[in-house]
Ligand binder design. Structure first.
Ligand SMILES: [Fe+2]
Length: 229
């Protein structure tokens, strides 16, 4: 399952939070900030991009963003599932600067970070539903791609602040080297419908998050990783 969803972009203007913070069009972030190395390996959460950490703390972790986030979850996301949900406490922010390579999977395939979030090195539970939300307009060089039947490289090609909702069996990724003139900025998050959460499928396989080691069955718990709504 993969579908495109729309929501009220004026009411939930995620992009504006970041545009206001950076004081810059998001696709031009690479002109304003120095991302350091041209090749950035963040595989398995061992390392992260400083600007992402800065924006995460200065924007996503604020009370006003959190308030909008919980309103968004209760009025836009929860009704999709028609039941109670567990949700990732706060969304993840991704920045892929123009003319930089960002590797985040063990094995790059055909120049792309092709992956399932349930595989190494992420080990997300398969009972999660994924959401991806671009904060700018993507082009064919920096977009989200996925396998649709036999068609690898089906481009998401969705509007700024539309949303892709897809299950954990959809293989997806993007070009490791962003050859576009535009930086890509997006949010993503996981939802688990209450009746899908199954602790018994989690194991003690090691995962790394933000440079710290955890066990899968200690990380993806309803106490630690998710909130209930
Ligand atoms: Fe992913």
């Amino acid at each position: 399952m993969l579908k495109t969803l729309q929501f009220d972009k004026h009411k939930f203007d995620f992009s504006k939070y970041f545009e206001d913070f950076f004081e810059c069009d998001l696709v031009r972030l690479h002109n304003k900030y120095d991302f350091g190395e041209k090749f950035i390996d963040v595989t398995g959460g061992t390392k992260s991009i400083d600007l992402i950490e800065t924006a995460y703390n200065a924007v996503i972790k604020t009370d006003s963003f959190s308030l909008m986030w919980t309103k968004f979850l209760s009025t836009v996301i929860k009704p999709l599932f028609k039941q109670n949900i567990y949700y990732q406490k706060l969304p993840s922010l991704r920045i892929f600067p123009a003319d930089h390579s960002v590797k985040y999977v063990d094995k790059v395939c055909d120049g792309m970070n092709v992956h399932l979030d349930s595989e190494s090195p992420f080990y997300h539970p398969t009972f999660e539903t994924n959401f991806w939300l671009p904060l700018m307009v993507c082009d064919h060089l920096n977009d989200f791609y996925y396998i649709d039947g036999n068609n690898w490289k089906q481009r998401a090609n969705i509007d700024k602040q539309d949303m892709l909702m897809f299950d954990s069996f959809i293989i997806h990724g993007n070009y490791m080297h962003n050859k576009s003139f535009n930086t890509r900025v997006s949010l993503d998050f996981k939802i688990v419908p209450e009746d899908q959460y199954d602790k018994s499928v989690l194991t003690d396989i090691p995962i790394i998050k933000r440079g710290k080691k955890f066990k899968q069955n200690e990380f993806f718990t309803t106490d630690y990783y998710y909130n209930f709504l």
